[in-house]
Design a protein around this ligand. Structure first.
Ligand SMILES: Cc1cc2nc3c(=O)[nH]c(=O)nc-3n(C[C@H](O)[C@H](O)[C@H](O)COP(=O)(O)O)c2cc1C
Length: 291
């Protein structure tokens, strides 16, 4: 039997949403402290806690980050939490205790550390939600490693992973829908969806058959964009299908918007070198040439 308190907690967690309309009401120290304490108690691979959090409340730093990430609401948040994978502290600990370290050579450990960051960040999101504090993740920080390193004096063997904005807000949510349980949760083994199931459960149920209608010059601009992107990432045959579909719809559908426009794969892949170079520069050695 689920108790009343449990039901309330479940409702809070199920009704969570990202907040971006922050109001000018400071988060009380006690409330912030509870959120941080919950984060510190999150699960961690081997309980090594290879994570650091830079807490940012200074308005100049907040404006800097809002401009850097091109997301104005960031500066209105009361507190920003920038999560780092932090091998610097682990290595220092190993040094002090005369232990061999070598974790910077192991991609598997790096992946576990990112998982650690997410466990901590999401625990804090839950705590914030329970305490009535709004939050939103900012993933864009991974496009600005070098800038963040300089601004926050990040040592070698640290990497910014993502940021959370925290603050009271008057956001009512965007009424976004999520996938149904049977799409995401597979019973015992992986079950592939048929085309019809994808249309029913993703295109219709989640996205209400969303189409951004386009015409005239704007449509032409999108057609040229999709022609270039689709040819480059999927070849000329698929590009033809993409263009035909856009013409037939007189607009772009949700998958086209997300995968071809908003998260333009050409732009996304243009960050590869920057990310790899930064990781190497920070002392990580699992990227190829090094053992
Ligand atoms: C890893 C990650 C990165 C995100 N980055 C951003 C971001 O840079 N800006 C933003 O406004 N929202 C960001 N979000 C929030 C998502 O847009 C949001 O979770 C999604 O639209 C679903 O809405 P909901 O959180 O209200 O369920 C991010 C979320 C995650 C998990």
């Amino acid at each position: 039997m689920i108790s009343k308190v449990q039901q309330q907690a479940l409702q809070l967690l199920k009704n969570r949403y990202s907040h971006r309309n922050f109001i000018q009401k400071p988060i009380e120290e006690e409330v912030l402290n509870h959120i941080l304490e919950v984060g510190l108690n999150a699960a961690s691979g081997g309980n090594l806690q290879p994570v650091s959090v830079i807490m940012i409340r200074d308005s100049a730093s907040k404006s800097y980050l809002a401009k850097l990430c091109k997301q104005g609401f960031i500066e209105k948040a009361d507190t920003l939490l920038l999560y780092l994978v932090d091998y610097y502290r682990l290595q220092r600990w190993a040094e002090v205790q005369n232990a061999p370290f070598g974790r910077e050579h192991a991609l598997r450990d790096y992946i576990i550390s990112i998982e650690d960051v997410m466990c901590m960040a999401q625990s804090m999101e839950c705590a914030a939600n329970i305490l009535g504090v709004g939050s939103v993740y900012i993933g864009t920080v991974n496009a600005y490693y070098q800038e963040l390193k300089e601004h926050f004096d990040l040592p070698k063997l640290t990497v910014p992973i993502l940021m959370t904005c925290l603050g009271y807000s008057d956001d009512k949510g965007l009424g976004r829908k999520k996938l149904a349980q049977d799409v995401v949760v597979h019973q015992e083994s992986y079950k592939m969806l048929s085309d019809d199931e994808i249309v029913e459960k993703i295109v219709n149920d989640k996205y209400d058959n969303w189409i951004q209608n386009l015409s005239g010059d704007v449509l032409d601009k999108y057609l040229a964009h999709f022609q270039e992107v689709a040819t480059e990432v999927s070849g000329p045959e698929w590009s033809k299908e993409v263009i035909e579909r856009i013409k037939q719809q007189q607009g772009i559908n949700r998958a086209q918007y997300r995968f071809g426009w908003h998260y333009n794969p050409l732009r996304l892949r243009s960050y590869n070198k920057q990310i790899i170079d930064f990781l190497k520069d920070q002392g990580f050695k699992f990227l190829g040439e090094d053992k």
